[in-house]
Ligand binder design. Structure first.
Ligand code: AMP
Length: 285
């Protein structure tokens, strides 16, 4: 695996791969890798000749009160995991490489006008503009044929897909199912923030998704009433504080009255001071 820190070096790598007539799959990450990231790599391996991964904790997508400074990092371990996973190229840029004029001088950004204000975007103003801008930059640098994103961050996957569609980008965006711990907690780099007691309480998100699924399968179709039931279910966990609980359609992420078509239960819940997200998509035919 080649570890490259300079954009210019990545461009040369890409050019060589192109000359060899090989396809490139790309997996963007913020590092501190776990089995979820490695599943994306595995899916990428299966689809393309070459796999590129980036590790970049993107300051532009963190709010001023958020965890940018303490976000967990371990480059050595990440590199080893990616070598073992058969990755061809790791792009590991510095903030200066990505934002040479400085963060506040990044005048051009990419904004989704509707979806980016919903769900996590309502709680984290500017977050998705930061995500889309860095993904756009990475797509231009790496020029992948396809890119892999986790369904764990379903809103991100939907917004990136929409960017590619709206801007006629020749990149195939592929979603990968959420990888979970044995007790259902979605794997996340942020799980290391949880204390022992909080770690147990954190299963409330997955249990809420299961409750939702059972209710829908039992015939519940009133989305507002179901949402209220889920809120009550989560509130029974004393360490949990709800940021949002929403049942939305899978295209515009708008709240629904009656369940139909494809819809998503999206959750953001604080366990102590750690904000966790999870979601479940279902389709009624
Ligand atoms: P992150 O490093 O948290 O920004 O995540 C990088 C990519 O990995 C994103 O596309 C995430 O959606 C995906 N990802 C993170 N956690 C999981 C998980 N538990 N299962 C599947 N994909 C995940």
């Amino acid at each position: 695996m080649q570890t490259l820190r300079a954009i210019e070096a990545v461009r040369q790598w890409r050019e060589t791969v192109r000359q060899n007539g090989q396809s490139v799959a790309f997996v963007p990450t913020m590092g501190y890798l776990h089995e979820g990231h490695l599943q994306l790599v595995k899916a990428a391996r299966a689809k393309a000749d070459r796999v590129a991964v980036s590790i970049f904790v993107n300051p532009l997508q963190f709010g001023p009160q958020e965890d940018f400074d303490r976000y967990p990092r371990d480059e050595r371990r990440d590199e080893r995991l990616l070598i073992d996973a058969g990755v061809d190229m790791l792009f590991l840029p510095s903030a200066e490489e990505m934002y040479p004029h400085g963060l506040t001088a990044q005048q051009t950004t990419i904004q989704n006008n509707e979806l980016s204000g919903r769900l996590c975007g309502a709680s984290r103003p500017g977050h998705f503009t930061g995500v889309l801008t860095v993904v756009a930059k990475l797509f231009h640098i790496i020029q992948p044929d396809m890119a892999f994103f986790g369904e764990k961050d379903m809103q991100q996957l939907i917004i990136v897909r929409r960017m590619v569609d709206d801007l006629n980008w020749p990149v195939q965006v592929i979603g990968v199912p959420t990888v979970r711990e044995p007790d259902g907690l979605a794997k996340s780099s942020r799980n290391v923030y949880l204390s022992g007691e909080e770690r147990l309480a954190a299963t409330i998100l997955y249990r809420a998704l299961q409750f939702f699924e059972r209710e829908v399968q039992a015939g519940e179709r009133d989305a507002r009433r179901l949402r209220e039931k889920i809120v009550r279910f989560i509130t029974e966990e004393p360490l949990a504080r709800i940021d949002y609980v929403e049942i939305v359609d899978a295209v515009r992420l708008q709240p629904m009255d009656r369940l139909h078509g494809t819809f998503i239960l999206a959750l953001a819940v604080y366990i102590g001071t750690t904000r966790l997200i999870d979601n479940k998509m279902m389709t009624l035919t």
